[in-house]
Each structure stands twice: as C-alpha cells, then as structure tokens.
Design a protein around this ligand. Structure first.
Ligand code: UFG
Length: 331
C-alpha cells in the first residue's frame, strides 16, 4: 500500500488484513504518522511491515519490490488539500503523478498485476445532474489537486491499455469521514483542518473556537452545500472488493471506475445538527461566506459498485458521526 499510513490507507489495511490479505505499508510520513501504523497493528494483532519510503524516489521504492512478493498494490500516496494545491501546483503535480507513474512502472517491470487508485468525485467538477454515475462526464478540474486526479485516472487507463497483463481500478471517493470503531485509528489532520468533520470535532473539543459554515445562500433546501459522506471503514471495504475482483478475474475491462459513496446527499447544516444530536453536545458555529472553489452539491449513484463489486455502504451517518467524536476524544 503506497501511502498506507494515511487516513484511508490505515483503515484499508485493517480491512484487508481482516479479509486474510498480507499487507505491506509504504509511506514517507509526509502527511501521516507512525501512530496510524501502530493502530493498525493493535487492531489486527498483526505485526504489519512498514517501510518508510518516498514513492517519488523510484530507486528507494524499487527496494520494496525487491524485498516483498505481492501481486496487488493500492496507490494512496498523494497530497490532498485542494486549497494548498492552488498555491503549490508543482508540489501536487510532482508528488501525485510521479508516485503513481513510479508505481505503475515498477509493477510492470516486476510482473505484478493489479492496481487500485484513490480517485475522487472531484473529477466530476460541478455536475449538471445528481446523483452522478460513472458515465457522468468529467468536467475541467477546478484545482491542481483535481487535475492530478483526472490525469492519474488517464495515466492508469492508458497504461492498462498498453500492458496486457495488468489491471486497474479507480475508486472515486466521495467525502470520507469518521474513524474505526475502536478509535485506535482515524484522521490526523495537521494544523487547522480544511475538511468539515475534523473541524467540527475539533470545535466540539474546544480546540477551535467556532465552525464556519461556508454559505447558506446556495439554491439547496437549507442553503448549505450538499455532499455524500461515506464512512471511512465502508470506503476501506471497497478496496478489498476491488482487489478481490481483479484477483478473481471478474473485472469486465482491464481498467474500471467505480463511485464509492452512499447515494445520499447531506447538507452541511444537516451534518452539523446530526453531530450535535448523536453526541449530545452543542456546537459553536456561524454562517460564513461561501468558500471559493466549492461546488454546490454532489452525491453518488453507487449502483455500479453495489452490483459489480458487491459493495454497499453499511454504516449510518449517526454511527459515523459518533465514531468521529470518539476518535477526537483520544487525541
Ligand atoms: N465546510 C464548511 N466549513 C468548514 C469546512 C468545510 O462549511 O470549515 C463545508 C464545505 O464548504 C463543503 C463541505 O463542508 O460544503 C465539505 O467540505 P470538505 O472540505 O470537508 O470537503 P470537500 O467536499 O470540499 O472536498 C472533499 C475532499 C477533496 C475532494 C473533494 C471532492 O476533501 O479531497 O471532496 O469534492 F477533492
């Protein structure tokens, strides 16, 4: 797992091990911590190997292929802050694209077969119609980050078309939130959180004074933006299904794309009120101006993942919001 010590990577490691796979976590710890690897080891009782490597350094990355036999890899190793990507575009292009190209090159060179790629619903831009299916046209990306996700999908598609013995699946994540029910792993944002739920939990914990709800004047039922919030453990299980599909040979094309969401659109204000209700607390929040670059609404049609991967989002939003708060209290 390239970038396996991060938020989604660590939860995926737990689910893969639970499903009987052997896992090697590879990460440069640039935006993750050993605490996540320790958490994975604690939850699973397995002494999961960890290699500290920057996947952009192909010679260092090559050592992982020399040392370990594996047939499938997941690429999580990417920078993910939309706002930062606008100010540091070259960092995003270099990191996100180089690490993926290195992974594909090494997989090909060493005769390894299956790649799962962490894509994002950001590839749809502001969609004309909801919910979005995999056939919904991708719109021009609105940030270098979004651009790297579109480009990465294309790189993977073209490489799989060229390399007849390899397969790839891009999972288009909607908005992952929550934490493992054990509260041994979860999201570890550095500095001021940019994403909604970490900001909510830090506000509830008194670390932040007040949550700003970015906009209540959108043409949505309550005026705030709508997203499809997917529990991170549910999202992790989609990777297990994707790997199983490729290993079992049930993929229909050598490159496939799946939406990984719940199919339910939830507004920012609904989420905030749900968090208060489920956890029995009051959140200090105010309405603030719209955030630049935000889209108004997006949620998934997950039918394809439901039918083809046999994967379904299982957790309720309440369970997920409770897990997010439980995790925050351990920090
Ligand atoms: N929001 C607030 N206040 C905050 C933070 C967020 O009101 O302090 C709102 C945003 O305006 C948005 C919603 O909460 O309406 C969700 O915002 P996030 O930043 O949590 O998530 P985004 O939907 O902006 O971005 C996420 C991922 C990206 C991905 C994108 C695709 O973080 O990696 O989804 O749409 F590209």
């Amino acid at each position: 797992m390239a970038g396996g010590a991060g938020y989604i990577g660590s939860h995926t490691a737990v689910e893969l091990i639970g499903a009987g796979y052997d896992v090697v976590i590879v990460d440069n710890l640039s935006n993750s911590e050993m605490r996540a690897v320790e958490g994975v080891r604690k939850i699973t009782g397995v002494d999961v190997p960890f290699v500290e490597v920057d996947c952009c350094d192909i010679d260092a990355f090559r050592k992982v292929f020399e040392q370990y036999e594996f047939d499938s890899a997941i690429h999580f190793a990417a920078s993910k802050a939309v706002g930062e990507s606008i100010h540091k575009p070259m960092l995003y292009y270099r990191n996100n694209l180089t690490s993926l190209m290195n992974l594909i090159d090494l997989m090909h060179e060493y005769g390894r077969h299956n790649i799962v790629f962490s894509s994002s619903c950001t590839v749809y831009g502001e969609p004309d119609k909801q919910p979005v299916t995999e056939q919904t046209p991708r719109k021009p990306a609105t940030s270098p980050y979004g651009n790297t996700k579109q480009m990465s999908e294309d790189i993977l598609r073209d490489a799989m078309a060229a390399y007849g013995d390899m397969k790839g699946i891009a999972l288009r994540y909607f908005n992952p939130i929550g934490a493992h029910p054990s509260a041994l792993i979860g999201e570890l944002p550095r500095g001021v959180p940019q994403n909604l739920v970490p900001y909510v939990t830090q506000t509830a914990a008194g670390i932040r004074e007040c949550l700003s709800v970015f906009g209540d004047d959108y043409p949505t039922p309550d005026g705030s933006c709508i997203r499809d919030y997917i529990d991170v453990t549910d999202l992790a299980k989609a990777h297990v299904a994707a790997i199983g599909r490729m290993i079992g040979g049930s993929n229909k094309e050598r490159y496939e794309v799946f939406n990984v969401g719940t199919g339910r659109g939830v507004s920012v204000l609904e989420l905030v009120r749900g968090f208060e209700r489920v956890n029995g607390l009051k959140l200090n929040y105010k309405i603030a101006p719209r955030r630049e670059g935000d889209i108004m609404a997006i949620w998934a049609d997950p039918t394809r993942a439901n039918q083809e991967l046999g994967w379904h989002a299982e957790k309720t939003l309440d369970e997920t919001l409770a897990s997010a708060w439980k995790w925050q209290q351990t920090l």
